[in-house]
Design a protein around this ligand. Structure first.
Ligand code: FAD
Ligand code: SF4
Ligand code: SF4
Length: 456
């Protein structure tokens, strides 16, 4: 491996588990410039194709390699409204960095970390310039303030269109706020991006559930187009006995109680959380890693991630698996839960599972887990967190037959325009794709913004 590769350091595991602060120490200026200099400025620019919003990566790296941070920032911002967020959470190893030619022989350029560096440094020098939308232009009502909603709002507001975001929760950001913990994505980074949107005149109505607080009909009267960026927030469960016991959480509820409601600071904040001593987190994705690491920070003595395939098949990012291990999370692989068992007061006391082996590759592209026998094994735990995926909630559009709903509740749209079969209604993000990524939700919302601007 090239000795000039600059890896990013984290805070030591034994210190970072004592608080909720960001674990990455990030680059110093010198390291960032040196890492940017590793870019070969390839004429074919393959990395750009790997980025769902097609950031001009070689150009921003070139500016950074010359120490021109604001120039680099401006290049990134042309394509990506939320660089401080994407730089932190993008699974770049499957996207831009996967396409980086340096990856053939050594480590690819650490594009995400450099994007984060540029965004954070630029933030220190940014002067917020207030702009106002042109009230004579057509307006967009945006349902949901996750990355999809924030992106379309930014895209439309920057061209002078009035935008209002309707959000059911009391704080904006969607999963960025309530799902991804502060130790990966500090709240301040989200707040800064939201403030910038507000400075372009985007209005926010919080605690407003479309379908309850306001109806879709009201939005149609108020706006010329309605964008649905409502995500996929309804948790799936395993369908095994015992899921209704005290001490069983969906990962979304568990994380939202901590991230959004600050329940770890109860009673200063009003929402409580049961702080388990021994926790089993079911599932092998990023959400599972977040819940497990949150459990460690809340003070659990033991946290097990229970996954029915082997480590190799885990969908979580490798770096998050490493972080979880460093922080003391244990893994039980090839284990498929069959029952959660409670005590006489209906509190969780154990989870039973069957041991699995791997068979042929299934439709998910991974080897199918097959039970070895009916023999049960037990983990003695007082808390079980289910992190096996989520689906969209589309109850607010159930009366609109023209908005087609597909498998697992996703909204069907024209893939080029993001338009539903209902004239004024568009959608993007997890509500269209199912569980995906921040940057794919943003990419989808950008496409919709382009198609709305064409008809406005
Ligand atoms: P969301 O972020 O879900 O936002 C939807 C918003 O709509 C929510 O705020 C919701 O309250 C609101 N809403 C829903 N219905 C209504 C209604 N009727 N009225 C008003 N408001 C409504 N992706 C990554 O790229 N990297 C990661 O590291 C990563 N980690 C993750 C960790 C966790 C714990 C989770 C849960 C997801 C993670 N993801 C990650 C996935 C990523 O966060 C999502 O793909 C992305 O947030 C989807 O964006 P969205 O805007 O479509 O929806
Ligand atoms: Fe890579 Fe994500 Fe940044 Fe695009 S937004 S360049 S995919 S880290
Ligand atoms: Fe630079 Fe890698 Fe992109 Fe080539 S592929 S331009 S080395 S970031």
């Amino acid at each position: 491996m090239n000795s000039t590769v600059f890896s990013v350091k984290n805070r030591p595991a034994d210190q970072r588990i004592l608080d909720f602060d960001e674990i990455s120490l990030g680059y110093t200026r010198e390291e960032a410039v040196q890492e940017a200099k590793r870019c070969l400025q390839c004429p074919e620019r393959p990395c750009i194709k790997g980025c769902p919003v097609n950031i001009d990566i070689p150009s921003f790296l070139n500016a950074l390699s010359r120490g021109k941070i604001m120039e680099a920032y401006k290049i990134i911002k042309k394509y990506n409204n939320l660089p401080g967020i994407c730089g932190r959470v993008c699974p770049q190893e499957d996207q831009c960095a996967k396409m980086c030619v340096l990856g053939i022989k050594e480590k690819p350029v650490n594009i995400g970390e450099l994007e984060k560096y540029v965004a954070d440094e630029a933030e220190k020098n940014l002067k917020v310039k207030k702009t106002r939308p042109d009230k004579n232009k057509k307006s967009v009502g945006v349902v949901g303030s996750g990355p999809a909603g924030l992106t379309i709002a930014g895209e439309m507001a920057s061209k002078g269109y009035p935008v209002k975001i309707y959000e059911g929760l009391h704080k904006p950001g969607g999963v960025l706020r309530y799902g991804i913990p502060d130790f990966r994505l500090p709240e301040k980074v989200i707040d800064n991006e939201i403030e910038r949107l507000k400075s372009t005149g985007v209005e926010f109505e919080m605690n407003c559930i479309v379908g309850k607080t306001v109806s879709m009909e009201e939005l149609f009267e108020l706006h010329d187009a309605v964008f649905l960026g409502t995500g996929a927030g309804v948790p799936r469960f395993l369908g095994i006995p015992g899921e209704n016991l005290n001490g069983v959480y969906s990962a979304n509820e568990y994380l939202a109680r901590c991230n959004l409601m600050k329940s770890y600071n109860f009673p200063k904040y009003k929402t409580p959380i049961k702080i388990g001593k021994r926790i089993a987190v079911i599932g092998g994705g990023n959400v599972s890693m977040d819940a497990a690491r949150m459990g460690i920070r809340l003070g659990a003595e033991k946290v097990f991630v229970v996954y029915r395939r082997s480590e190799k098949e885990m969908p979580a990012r490798e770096k998050e698996i490493i972080n979880a291990k460093e922080e003391g999370v244990d893994f039980v692989f090839l284990a498929s839960p069959v029952e959660i068992i409670g005590d006489k007061d209906f509190n969780v006391k154990q989870i039973d599972y069957l041991k699995m082996k791997l068979g042929e590759v299934d439709e998910s592209g991974r080897k199918k887990p097959i039970k070895i026998s009916d023999e049960r094994y037990s983990l003695h735990v007082d808390t079980v967190i289910i992190a096996i995926g989520t689906s969209p909630n589309t109850s607010h559009i159930k009366d609109y037959a023209d908005i087609e709903i597909g498998k697992r509740g996703i909204i069907k749209v024209n893939k080029d325009t993001g338009q539903t079969k209902m004239n004024k209604v568009y959608a993007a993000g997890d509500v269209v794709t199912g569980n995906e990524t921040v940057i794919s939700a943003m990419g989808g919302a950008k496409r919709v913004a382009r198609s709305i601007r064409k008809v406005f």
